[in-house]
Write a protein that binds this ligand. Structure first.
Ligand code: DLZ
Length: 161
């Protein structure tokens, strides 16, 4: 995979994604900026279903803000799921609050990813403004929800099946 400033989050090699009938996925979604997180969720669901994951094998839980994603994912990994996708959107404000939420959430999710038996997929968008977020949830940069779904299925196929 090549790094590119302009990478479209919805573009991937379709042949590289495993058919995933029977795979169980947990999704934890933050309600803050729900116009963005709802679109990320829609993208993830659409891509999961495209590769054979059935709706009845997807558990969705909501948390109030991105900072609660760590707790939500910690609970979700105890359920019968093969991977967990964490979805949130933090937009920079006038204070350092943004940095604390982003760092705390990222460390929390990374810790769970490293210590639990279930892969945790990082679907946290961190942007300077709303437009950058909209660009990444189905706009000109694609949809990070698609990318998360593809990543989850690849991780399950490689390590959990
Ligand atoms: C408080 C807060 C602020 C200012 N901004 C965001 C944001 O942009 N995105 C987000 O997901 N959550 C935000 N929150 C809420 C925190 O994540 C958290 O829910 C609260 O601090 C309560 O723990």
């Amino acid at each position: 995979m090549q790094a590119s400033k302009k990478k479209n989050l919805s573009e991937y090699d379709e042949n590289s994604v495993p058919l995933s009938n029977g795979v169980k996925i947990g999704i934890v979604v933050s309600e803050w900026n729900n116009n963005v997180t709802g679109a990320l969720l829609d993208g993830a669901l659409c891509t999961l279903k495209k590769y054979g994951v059935s709706e009845s094998d997807i558990i969705i839980k909501h948390v109030p803000g991105s900072f609660e994603l760590t707790f939500g994912v910690a609970q979700m990994v105890k359920k019968d799921v093969d991977a967990v996708i964490a979805i949130g959107c933090v937009i920079r404000g006038d204070t350092p609050h943004f940095d604390y939420i982003c760092q705390g959430t990222t460390y929390g999710l990374a810790h769970l990813n490293a210590t639990q038996n279930v892969p945790v997929i990082y679907g946290l968008i961190t942007t300077n403004d709303m437009q950058q977020a909209l660009d990444r949830c189905g706009g000109c940069m694609g949809n990070k929800g698609d990318e998360c779904a593809v990543t989850a299925l690849k991780m399950v196929h490689e390590f959990c099946s």
